[in-house]
Design a protein around this ligand. Sequence first.
Ligand SMILES: *Cc1c(COP(=O)(O)O)cnc(C)c1O
Length: 405
Amino acid sequence: MEKFNPEEAILNTKREFGEHGGVSPSLSRSSTFTVKEPGIMPEIFEGIKGPDRGGCYLYSRHFNPTVSLLARYLAAMEDTESAKCTASGMSAIACTVLQICKSGDHIVSGNSIYGGTYALFKDLLPDYNIETTFVDTSDYNAFEKAIKPETKIIYVESLSNPTLQVPDIKRLAVLAKKNDIKLVVDNTFLPVVLSPARLGADVVVYSMTKFINGASDLIAGAICASKEFINELVDVHTGRVMLYGPTLDPRVAFDIIQRVPHLPLRMKEHGSRTLELTEMLNDMGVKVKFPGLKSHPDNKLLSSILNEGYGYGGVFTIDCETEEKANDLLSTLQNEEDFGYIAVSLGYFDTLISCSGSSTSSEMTPEEQKEIGLSPGLVRISTGLTGSIEMRKEQLKRAVTKVLL
Ligand SMILES: *Cc1c(COP(=O)(O)O)cnc(C)c1O
């Protein structure tokens, strides 16, 4: 497959300068816009004449110049025709799924996914008569077997949370196409590193709250897909983003626009730091998991599909086996070593540490956690960019030696 350079794609996105020639774009906060010719109002309303089709802006739940600029960055980065920004990662996922599935439809999903998505599929969607079969993310045959005539979506995370498994996106894309199913991939853990749409995914969803924004100061999401699908989402009669209404606030979009240009740089640094830390832990005999390590079962697969030069992401796990040990490691890392903060979420410029079983995966029962191989002592670490790597290695080594060895 032809190589793809997301960094160049971001750079080649048409630059917008501020109103007075500012190096940053202007922030368009208007909720509504003046329509110069009253006669074209109906066509604008029906989306026939958008701002890019001889019309103009109308109302910011449809389109907003600032939010659309961010969407263009994302579409360029993902190499999709179009993109839509939403108010959160969850709204991006929920609107995508509800746009594709109607009552009676079925989803086949990887079983190791973000807790909120798991709850949406398992607990909420059955109320709308949409059922989900969960299968092992790494088991292609299980996906194939679970497909029914009613199946409309195959859903996976490109790097599953929190078990860090990599699904075979290319093969799943072929399987989906063959059965007239949409492959939806949550790429929140691997922006820039992986381009699922280029591997055949129909829709790529993001929580921009994490790496893409990188500052843990806002909540946002995105849906990257074909023009046709994005237009469906904003259709005035049936568009799920248009009618449930989780559009992104222009002020939030503006903040993210300022951070997308250095996302590739940040991913490289998250990646190289995480590799150094995990190689050290691996050598110490700690139960560490990171797809960049040769010992990771999916290292070869991910290496064969990623965009070269951006590493393997910034999230790794340490299995402490019991919740007590995990909590001991958490508090040692935060309160004695200043290595990072005990907090859920990821992709921040400082290190964030959490115990998955009792936090972001607590939507799963202990039995369900066991089934997907989630140890109650699993500590998830999102490597930050601050402090020298030598200092971070010393801090981590001391804490792990004290608690686990
Ligand atoms: C955080 C997260 C979400 C949810 O995103 P929000 O922005 O919090 O709504 C979805 N998927 C993954 C993989 C996440 O990490």
